[in-house]
Design a protein around this ligand. Sequence first.
Ligand code: GLN
Length: 272
Amino acid sequence: MVNSDFIQMLQNASVPDARFEFRCMLEQITGNRFAPALNADQQNRILSMIQRRIQGEPLQYILGEWEFYGMRIFVGKGVLIPRPDTEILVDTALHWANYKSGLKILDLCTGSGCIALALKKNLPDAEISAVDTSETALAYAQKNADYHHLAVHFYHADVLDKNFAENFRNFDMIVSNPPYLTSQEMQELQIEVRHEPAIALFGGPAEDGTYFYRKITDTWKDALKPSGLLAYEIGWKQAERVSMLLNSHAFRNIQTFQDLEQRDRVVSAEKI
Ligand code: GLN
């Protein structure tokens, strides 16, 4: 088979951007996005990747890696794939940090570690801690930290555990991309997203998906210094509710930032 046959297989299965996805697979197998022809072993390997993709598995899991904030991030089953939208949260945090040195930063629901690692890379002398309840996710986070030679303290815990949170004080900044999809949105997930861990997506009992914002704000606000920043990634319809919540917890300078599609994606606020 030749390369155009493989692209055709992806197109026949209605994979969007079939050509791009094929080039990603090709690069992974040969080291060259434009490798002109594959030997028999390489053909078998790309065929098995294409078969997984046709069955709806996300390209990122098949490749075992994706890019976030210009960094290679290893991913696989059991960990949320880093999204470009989440780069807005990193931008917000870095803008606020404004190159100050020695900041203490906490990332809650770290997953692959992508946010914590992007912050550590850009603020090398920051002291960064990150928490997640999934051991699978934390194994990826540690692998990513090792790969980039970045030191982040990872903790395996439930972010809603008040006793655990009491060990954390005097942070300059807390960032989090918690699960925030509503049960309605969970029923309408794209086939690829259905392969991702529901625990990283489903925003819990509240009908509007804001359960984790309420719980995390309540559980962790004492871990922040006065004037410290709390920044959340949010679902695009949640800005008003999350802003009101932060207002009711006596945060000020509440701001909303949009993603590349001009939808509300981040809410940040300073503790009084
Ligand atoms: N942005 C993700 C999605 O739409 C959801 C991530 C999350 O719940 N934190 O699939």
